[in-house]
Design a protein around this ligand. Structure first.
Ligand code: UFG
Length: 333
């Protein structure tokens, strides 16, 4: 297939692009490089552009005869979304609607969407299945859930086939250590703990030690970024017109913040300086996915089923790129 990947130079996008290319698809990465990295994708795939540039998108879709779209481009910081909801509705909804309309005009109705566990809010029962009510508690989650609704309407009215993939905690890096996680600012637990282990940060602050969990810290379902990538490839290849697929993506097992810290210590052989702090507002105590539906319906199987291997891959990336993509040659960074 000839595939447009928006946000394809970002963390999850770049790992998915590799898999699409390995499957023999042709890929055009459309990315404004606000979060993405030039060095994360093959130069010949990259088109630098913004989702609000409808003319640019129109031209690309038409001239390259695009047949499908995988849409990653979005703002993804929960805390920022509370402080600046306009940015989230603009980037994640208005700009996404521009993209959808460009696709619709060109008759492209095959679409895979990056959704999130944040669409579920604070569910009472674990694990979270596709039947769990979606009640997001922040603008980020609401912007993503709204696009899920929009896609359902497009599928019904225009025969689009779409998949909404709700990621739990994306983590890890490519097995060969050549691409990985590099956010600015970095807010995600595993890279922050690794940075604390090697002295790039004074310590890791544990956000809350009084949660109703076995050790008092939050529990999350960490899923390897390459396992997310393989889910996108499967969903894209299996989609039928008029079909709306919704899948939760995790490994079905939760790890606490303290367990993550211990695992980083084990993998790196270094002691992590820890400071216990208050809860971070908006953090649910526990988020664990059931991915039984995608396993059953698409035959998806995660290759990384324990935290240690996920952390090993993140450590491998960190060792070769201690400052992320800044450690790539300038022309490629
Ligand atoms: N944490 C700390 N200290 C830190 C950073 C994180 O204790 O310095 C804790 C958090 O409180 C949380 C866990 O580590 O319990 C994981 O935090 P992350 O920020 O790595 O990930 P989140 O679970 O907050 O966020 C993830 C995705 C978001 C998504 C959200 C859904 O990264 O995109 O899940 O709830 F919106």
């Amino acid at each position: 297939m000839r595939i447009l990947v928006t946000g394809g130079a970002g963390y999850i996008g770049s790992h998915t692009v590799r898999q699409l290319l390995a499957r023999g698809h042709q890929v055009w990465v459309y990315d404004n490089l606000s979060y993405g990295h030039r060095g994360a994708v093959p130069a010949e795939c990259l088109v630098v552009g913004d989702l609000n540039e409808a003319h640019k998108l129109d031209h690309l879709l038409l001239s390259e005869r695009i047949e499908a779209c995988v849409h990653f481009a979005a703002s993804t910081y929960v805390g920022e979304s509370v402080r600046d909801p306009a940015k989230y509705y603009q980037n994640n909804l208005t700009n996404a609607l521009t993209l959808l309309e460009c696709l619709r005009k060109q008759g492209v109705g095959r679409f895979v969407f990056s959704s999130t566990a944040a669409t579920f809010g604070v569910p009472e029962k674990m694990p979270i299945t596709e039947e769990t009510p979606q009640q997001p508690i922040n603008p980020y989650g609401r912007s993503k859930l709204t696009l899920e609704y929009v896609l359902a309407d497009y599928a019904a009215a225009y025969q689009w086939g779409f998949a909404a993939l709700r990621y739990f905690n994306a983590s890890g890096a490519a097995a060969d250590g050549s691409i990985g996680e590099d956010h600015d600012p970095e807010t995600h637990l595993i890279p922050l703990v690794i940075q604390a282990a090697v002295g790039q940060r004074p310590h890791i602050e544990v956000f809350g030690t009084d949660y109703p969990t076995p050790d008092g810290t939050c529990v999350r379902d960490y899923i390897h970024v390459d396992d997310l990538g393989s889910a996108h490839v499967l969903a894209l290849e299996k989609l039928q017109p008029g079909q709306g697929l919704r899948f939760n993506l995790g490994i079905g097992r939760g790890y606490s913040v303290r367990e993550v810290i211990r695992t980083v210590e084990e993998v790196t052989g270094k002691k992590v300086p820890v400071k216990e702090g208050p809860r971070r507002p908006g953090d649910p105590p526990e988020l664990i996915a059931s991915s039984a539906k995608i396993q059953r319906e698409l035959g998806w199987q995660p290759q990384y089923t324990d935290l240690k291997r996920i952390v090993e891959s993140a450590w491998n990336w960190h060792k070769s790129h201690p400052r992320g993509y800044a450690d790539r040659p300038k022309s490629n960074a």
